[in-house]
Design a binder for this molecule. Structure first.
Ligand code: TRP
Length: 457
């Protein structure tokens, strides 16, 4: 056991785990996806529903993933095998987790590469419009390579010396940079309107569709549904309180999402740029905002540096899911796993990188999917995001919650939560068991059906 722990590694401290897991959670989901969903979903009402989903559904499910990881001290595949043996069909769910990590990492790195590019855009491509920027093959593939290389460099360092160490350095920088941009944004004339839009709910905007989108976002933003938190939980010491550590992760992640709103909406309101710009909000609308405001160049660089940092602490966790599988289940060393998986991820990411205008047959898949695309996705990157990052995560979360609540058993899982824990009283544990067995599977099933029916905010 002792040598095994040495091989796999473990978090060096509670704050180290909290920062690493918060780093996984805090990413493009908070600063790119959340603001554009809130912008499209009418502002405050969406924010309120999202908060309820994060605390009421995301958090209990986060505890479950962490508990499974810590119980088994294994990657998602190994965690499931340790409870039901290698021949069970449930192992397929674990395999899906590892595959999802690989696929999400591929296209996530492409978008993160754009963020890196935008941070140095004044140097590498001054004045180039977003459409041309993403259509340049050398630009997008080069930036993808840079971002992926950074991810590999952190993960090769291992748990304490790689992931934890970098989370401790990068997250404080991220927070400081965000505060600087917020100060600039909320002091612009006319900023108040943006704050009102973001904070004051207008319930006439609420629909079932909006609730489903908010739920999906709650899972994505907390890195749930594909075993990232199983993997991070597997490096937790038995003496840690899962509920307290997990609770901090939720608080941290929520604060950063709200801070993203305070960076973006006041600036949009002050410059009169439409908040409902969709996925292009951060890369198309924001640069327009920055161009119009005093000190805009500096703010723009700061913003895209912080976006790159947030993406990096998340991509690390996606890669770690795949790497932990190979380190635990094969004879590969961490270094060998990182290099081989990194190479394959790079290859897998190329079609996504080229799907935003560089290669026509990847950028417009109407010839395969029809004019409306699949759930609205019509290029290779968006297709992967919808299939794996949206529907796939919901399906993963559904099966994992059933596995934890009914196969492992919610009461058994609760014992793992109670070990080292004091926050969850017997009464709260009962509530958690009930939620895991009945409420969560039902609600996740609703998200999946909502997705399949085709939700559009
Ligand atoms: N949570 C991250 C974000 O908000 C993205 C992410 C990292 C993720 N790991 C994940 C999403 C695992 C789902 C599953 O950007």
């Amino acid at each position: 056991m002792a040598t095994e722990t040495l091989q796999r590694g473990q978090w060096g401290s509670r704050i180290g785990f909290i920062l690493a897991a918060a780093g996984s959670a805090i990413g493009l989901g908070n600063i790119w996806r959340f603001p554009y969903l809130a912008g499209e979903g009418g502002g405050g009402a969406f924010v309120l529903i999202y908060l309820v989903c994060v605390v009421g559904i995301g958090m209990p499910y986060l505890f479950a993933e962490l508990a499974l990881g810590r119980k088994s001290q294994r990657n998602p595949v190994g965690a499931i095998m340790s409870l039901v043996g290698p021949r069970s069909l449930w192992v397929i769910v674990g395999a899906f987790c590892v595959l999802a990590g690989f696929v999400i990492l591929s296209y996530y790195s492409v978008i993160a590469g754009w963020a890196v590019g935008y941070a140095v855009k004044e140097v590498i491509a001054p004045g180039m419009p977003f459409g041309e920027f993403v259509a340049s093959p050398t630009m997008v593939i080069g930036l993808l390579a840079v971002f992926l290389a950074l991810t590999l460099l952190v993960v090769v360092g291992g748990i304490e010396q790689g992931i934890e160490r970098w989370a401790k350095i990068l997250l404080p920088i991220l927070l400081v940079l965000m505060i600087l941009v917020i100060i600039r944004s909320v002091t612009l004339p006319g900023a108040g309107e943006g704050i009102a839009f973001f904070l004051i709910p207008d319930f006439s905007q609420v629909s079932l569709d909006l609730v489903i989108v908010a739920l999906g976002q709650a899972f994505f933003t907390l890195s749930l549904g594909m075993g990232a938190m199983i993997t991070y939980g597997s490096y937790l010491a038995k003496t840690e309180d899962i509920a307290i550590s997990g609770g901090y992760v939720v608080i941290f992640n929520t604060v950063v999402a709200l801070m993203a709103g305070f960076m973006i909406f006041p600036a949009l309101a002050a410059t009169g740029v439409d908040a409902a710009s969709g996925p292009a909000l951060v890369f198309l609308a924001l640069p327009e905002v920055f161009a119009q405001m005093p000190l805009g160049g500096l703010v723009s660089v700061t913003f895209f540096v912080l976006l790159s940092i947030a993406a990096l602490t998340s991509s690390i966790s996606l890669l770690e899911v795949v790497v932990s599988y190979f380190v635990d289940e094969t004879a590969w060393s961490r270094k060998k796993s990182v290099l081989i998986i990194g190479g394959f991820t790079f290859l897998m990411a190329i079609p996504s990188a080229l799907s935003q205008g560089a290669v026509a047959s990847l950028s417009d898949l109407s010839y395969l999917l029809g004019d409306d695309g699949l759930f609205g996705a019509n290029d290779f990157l968006s297709l992967l995001d919808v299939l794996v990052g949206s529907v796939g995560l919901a399906i993963g979360a559904f099966f994992l919650s059933i596995f934890i609540a009914w196969v492992w058993g919610a009461s058994e899982a609760a014992k793992e939560l109670e070990q080292g824990g004091s926050l969850l009283t017997p009464g709260l544990i009962k509530v958690w068991v009930f939620m895991m067995k009945y409420v969560l599977p039902l609600i996740i099933a609703v998200i999946i059906i909502g997705n399949l029916v085709g939700i559009d905010v």
